[in-house]
Design a protein around this ligand. Structure first.
Ligand code: SF4
Length: 337
C-alpha cells in the first residue's frame, strides 16, 4: 500500500516559559535552567489511504502532540509530515488546502464547541470560509452533515448546552466531516463519554469510514477500543514509537516488553471455580519528558532490561511483515540481498 500520510523523523520540543525570577535564580546558581519538554522524539510512521491506525500509550507519552502535528496544529521542531507528498506545514503555516483535508475531533465535546454559537454556525463556519458551501446554503449543508452522523437535522438551530455529551461528540464529528476531509485525527474521542455512548460513537466512526473511505488516526489509551476499530496500531512510549503492526498480530504476539505490559495491565475476567478479575499494573511511573532516561526510555520499568539498555537507544527495526519494534531483545528480520 502506498503511504498517504508520511511522518518523517518528527520531533516536538516545548520550551519552558522562563520568568525573570528563573533567570535570576539560574544566574545565582540556585536552580538549573528549566529544561524543554521532549514530547515527540524522532517518530516515523506511515498511513495508507482508507486505513484506520491506532496510536496507543499512557498519558503523557506524546500521542496527542503527534496527532496535533499531523493535523497541522503544532509545528514540528524537527522532521516533516507529508500528506500525498505535500507538507502539512510550510514555514510554520498550514497551507489552506491542508486545512480542509485534515480535520481533528477532540476528547472533550463540552470544550470543543463554542457555547455562544448555534450548531448551524459552528458546522458551516469552516465550509463557508473554504468555499465548500455558501452562506445561503449553510442551513441545508449543516442539516445534511447532522444527518450523516445520525442526528436530527432540526438540531441545527440549537446551542451546544442543549445536547448530551454523546450528541455533542456527534456534532464535533459532523463539523469535521463538513470540511470533506481525507484524514481525521480522533484524539481520545470517546474517553469522556459513558460506556454505552462510547459504543455508539465507535460504531458511527466505523460506518463513516466504510461509507466515505475515510482515513483515521485514532488516538487512545483504551486497548479494547483500538482492537475493535483499527487495522494497525502503533504503541508510543515517552515520545517514541516502540512497536507497530497489524492490530490482530500485535495483540496476539506482542514483541516489545512495554506492549506486553500494557496488555497485561488490562483487567480480564477469569472464571474458574470462582470469578476473578486479573490484571498486572505496569511497575513504576512514566519518566518525565523533561528529563527522559538515556538508552531505552523504558529500561527502568522493563522486567527484562539488559545492561546496554541503560545507554544504547534501540532502533525501530522491521521484525516481520508489516511489523516493527524497538527493543534490543527483538532481532531485526533478515532480508535476502
Ligand atoms: Fe527492555 Fe531493553 Fe527492550 Fe528496552 S531495549 S524494552 S529495556 S529489553
Amino acid at each position: 500500500m502506498n503511504a498517504f500520510l508520511t511522518v518523517e523523523d518528527a520531533a516536538k520540543r516545548f520550551s519552558p516559559g522562563i520568568t525573570f525570577g528563573d533567570k535570576v535564580a539560574t544566574w545565582l546558581g540556585v536552580q538549573k535552567p528549566p529544561r524543554s519538554v521532549h514530547a515527540v522524539d524522532g517518530v516515523n510512521l506511515t498511513i495508507a489511504r482508507g486505513e484506520v491506525v491506532g496510536l496507543v500509550g499512557e498519558s503523557g507519552c506524546g500521542k496527542s502532540t503527534l496527532g496535533r502535528m499531523i493535523a497541522g496544529i503544532h509545528v514540528p521542531t524537527e522532521g516533516r509530515i507529508l500528506l500525498d507528498d505535500a507538507p502539512v506545514m510550510s514555514d510554520g503555516v498550514r497551507p489552506r488546502k491542508i486545512t480542509t483535508r485534515v480535520q481533528m475531533v477532540f476528547q472533550d465535546p463540552f470544550a470543543s464547541l463554542d457555547p455562544r454559537m448555534r450548531i448551524v454556525d459552528t458546522v458551516s463556519e469552516g465550509p463557508i470560509a473554504h468555499g465548500l458551501t455558501t452562506r445561503a446554503n449553510a442551513a441545508d449543508y449543516t442539516r445534511r452533515s447532522l444527518e450523516a452522523v445520525g442526528l436530527d437535522p432540526d438540531f441545527a438551530t440549537r446551542y451546544p448546552h442543549q445536547f448530551s455529551g454523546g450528541q455533542r461528540q456527534r456534532i464535533a464529528i459532523a463539523r469535521a466531516l463538513a470540511m470533506q476531509p481525507d484524514l481525521i485525527v480522533c484524539d481520545e474521542p470517546v474517553a469522556s463519554l459513558d460506556v454505552s455512548i462510547q459504543a455508539q460513537i465507535i460504531n458511527l466512526l466505523m460506518k463513516l469510514r466504510k461509507e466515505l473511505n475515510l482515513t483515521l488516526l485514532f488516538i487512545s489509551h483504551d486497548l479494547s477500543v483500538v482492537r475493535h476499530l483499527c487495522d494497525r496500531v502503533a504503541i508510543m512510549y515517552l515520545g517514541r514509537i516502540v512497536e507497530e503492526g497489524a492490530t490482530d498480530e500485535v495483540y496476539a504476539t506482542p514483541q516489545h516488553p512495554y506492549t506486553q505490559a500494557l496488555l497485561d495491565s488490562v483487567p480480564k475476567l477469569e472464571i474458574d471455580d470462582d470469578i476473578d478479575v486479573v490484571f498486572k499494573p505496569i511497575e513504576g511511573e512514566l519518566p518525565s519528558p523533561q528529563n527522559p532516561p538515556p538508552g531505552c526510555h523504558f529500561h527502568a520499568r522493563c522486567p527484562v532490561a539488559l545492561e546496554k539498555c541503560k545507554s544504547v537507544r534501540p532502533a525501530l527495526v522491521t521484525t516481520g511483515i508489516g511489523r516493527r519494534a524497538a527493543c534490543h531483545l527483538v532481532p531485526a528480520l533478515e532480508t535476502a540481498c
